[in-house]
Design a protein around this ligand. Structure first.
Ligand SMILES: Cc1cc2nc3c(=O)[nH]c(=O)nc-3n(C[C@H](O)[C@H](O)[C@H](O)COP(=O)(O)OP(=O)(O)OC[C@H]3O[C@@H](n4cnc5c(N)ncnc54)[C@H](O)[C@@H]3O)c2cc1C
Length: 409
């Protein structure tokens, strides 16, 4: 068997949005960087995300500015420039789910106070949405409906575009069949040995820096690098999807001072509208069965959009964990987190929207490139990873209110 070795400026583990964004930034700045993906690109969080480029609505609803709200409020403008092709990375071919989210609230004094907080606490402020411009189910809504200029992207297309641009620099790995770390201290990685998943030929990578951008996979990688455990927390969600006779709609229905239902819409491979439904529902139903969660979603939708006809609508649910840096009592970290230990940096963006900020922070921590050329021709026969399937294209059981034995697709 051939054995080869490769010196690198940076080796990245994980090809979700964090790993791919950083790979792009490093490559453009002249670093010799390689990304290793153990499954499908974006599996875990990015492919399951609703794709909202948040500007801090959740924090503003609570009415008091926090570190988290200050951190996130510039992100919609930052993404807008990349999505328009005006700033790197050029994301201009990302499919957009929408240019804004609708915002409306259930009746109640706390919800009204929450909306006032949003009006004054956000950089991208909500504006009133005239009745004739609202999506159909909100045209008959009695209360005010606003639009908030948070763009909504299609995560699959975002991943596919970055992966296409960096195909020579992304390798598929199989962590079960061989991945060996040589370390000379906690997080001090001298060499990573891989086996080509198709030929079993070994490859030794000698990186100056290693980025762990593997979402919930960071836990196992940290162990392999002799780094302390308990740095990460998982916060589960139980999301609902609806498909059928539905309009395109992206928005948040507010109850009290929290997004109670967050809905984003997309088209599936048969051109059917699919809604991803999260918000408080997805947090409250973590321990519920799919049937209970779908029942709750139907009842919430009936309150949030009384004129919506759910007769021809099919439902299913899926679970996904948010992987974040561990903070007090399972709370969400204020912003993106990176931990520099030895020559290893562990990364958790906390939100997809915060990845540009995380990327800038990390680029400041990595010294100038080591003048290695970018010729990776020795890797031409290595298998390349593909993007994960979005949740609505997976083999899930969909039910409608009439179906006793529902079809799976
Ligand atoms: C249901 C849901 C909805 C969300 N909606 C939004 C939203 O609307 N807006 C927003 O801003 N944020 C949202 N988020 C949060 C957002 O998705 C995440 O913050 C972000 O996608 C994290 O990206 P990542 O690249 O760090 O991790 P991931 O997307 O989890 O990617 C990790 C990658 O590492 C790979 N991997 C795992 N283990 C290994 C290993 N040992 N070696 C190599 N590779 C490995 C995985 O296969 C994967 O490709 C949502 C999260 C969830 C769960």
């Amino acid at each position: 068997m051939d054995q080869s070795s490769l010196k690198l400026d940076v080796l990245i583990f994980g090809g979700g949005i964090t790993g791919l964004w950083l790979l792009d930034a490093l490559h453009r700045s002249g670093y010799r960087a390689l990304l290793l993906e153990a499954g499908n690109l974006g599996d875990g969080q990015t492919i399951n995300a609703q794709g909202i480029i948040h500007g801090g609505l959740k924090y503003a609803l609570r009415g008091h500015p926090s570190r988290a709200s200050r951190m996130i409020k510039d992100m919609p403008m930052r993404w807008r420039r990349s999505l328009a092709g005006e700033a790197p990375p050029d994301l201009s071919s990302t499919i957009m789910r929408g240019e804004y989210c609708c915002l409306w609230s259930l009746p109640g004094i706390r919800s009204r106070i929450g909306l006032l907080g949003a009006r004054f606490g956000l950089r991208v402020r909500p504006r009133s949405l005239p009745r004739n411009e609202r999506p159909a189910p909100l045209q008959t809504w009695n209360g005010p409906v606003s639009r908030i200029d948070e763009q909504v992207i299609e995560p699959h297309s975002l991943l596919a575009m970055l992966a296409d641009q960096h195909r020579p620099r992304c390798l598929q790995i199989d962590i079960r069949s061989g991945l060996e770390f040589t370390t000379s201290g906690p997080g001090k990685i001298d060499c990573v040995r891989l086996l080509n998943p198709e030929t079993s030929a070994p490859l030794d990578l000698e990186p100056r820096h290693v980025l762990l951008a593997a979402g919930s996979g960071n836990d196992g990688l940290r162990q392999a690098c002799n780094l302390p455990g308990e740095a990460m927390q998982r916060r589960p969600l139980h999301m609902v999807m609806a498909r059928g006779n539905l309009p395109r709609l992206n928005g948040h229905c507010i109850k009290g001072t929290a997004p109670w239902l967050t809905i984003t819409s997309t088209l599936d491979c048969a051109d059917r509208v699919v809604w991803q439904i999260g918000g408080q529902l997805a947090e409250d139903c973590v321990d519920a069965t799919p049937e209970q969660t779908i029942a709750r979603a139907r009842s919430d939708l009936a309150q949030a959009m009384p004129s919506l006809d759910l007769d021809q609508v099919w439902f299913t649910s899926y679970r996904a964990d948010r992987a974040e840096a561990a903070v007090d009592a399972g709370k969400r970290p204020d912003g993106p987190v990176h931990l520099l230990e030895g020559n290893t940096i562990t990364l958790w963006p906390t939100k997809l929207a915060l990845v540009p900020m995380l990327s800038e922070e990390v680029m400041h921590r990595i010294p100038e490139p080591g003048h290695l050329d970018d010729d990776l021709h020795t890797l031409h026969d290595w298998p390349r990873p593909t993007v994960a399937l979005p949740p609505w294209e997976r083999d899930l059981t969909w039910t409608d209110m009439h179906s006793a034995t529902p079809p799976s697709r």
